[in-house]
Design a protein around this ligand. Structure first.
Ligand SMILES: [Zn+2]
Length: 102
């Protein structure tokens, strides 16, 4: 098993950088965005290119990210966005009868 202590299902699409404003929570910079704007150094200061390193927020970013959508095909995007986030499990265990996906 690989060590994946703090990582989540969307980690592979983001580069983590230190967040000076919030030391406990790294910035997750979108790799597709950073490629589009010309590099990590640019992307990490553009609010639209990064999010907090939380699975749900990362998925939200990808769901709205044009650069991500341009980098993958429909099937890949559907698979990636259907990956679970820990917050989903919490919600689901409370509402077992609810079959809705968002
Ligand atoms: Zn992005």
């Amino acid at each position: 098993m690989m060590k994946r202590k703090k990582s989540h299902n969307f980690r592979e699409f983001f580069i983590l950088v230190k967040n000076d404003n919030n030391k406990s929570n790294a910035k997750a910079v979108c790799i597709c965005c950073s490629q589009n704007v010309g590099g990590l150094a640019v992307a990490q200061v553009k609010p639209e290119c990064f999010t907090s390193n939380k699975a749900r927020l990362c998925r939200n970013h990808l769901a709205n990210c044009e650069n991500f959508k341009n980098s993958y095909n429909k099937e890949e995007i559907a698979e990636i966005l259907s990956r679970s986030v820990p917050e989903d499990f919490k919600k689901k265990s409370k509402n077992l009868n609810e079959g809705k996906f968002y």
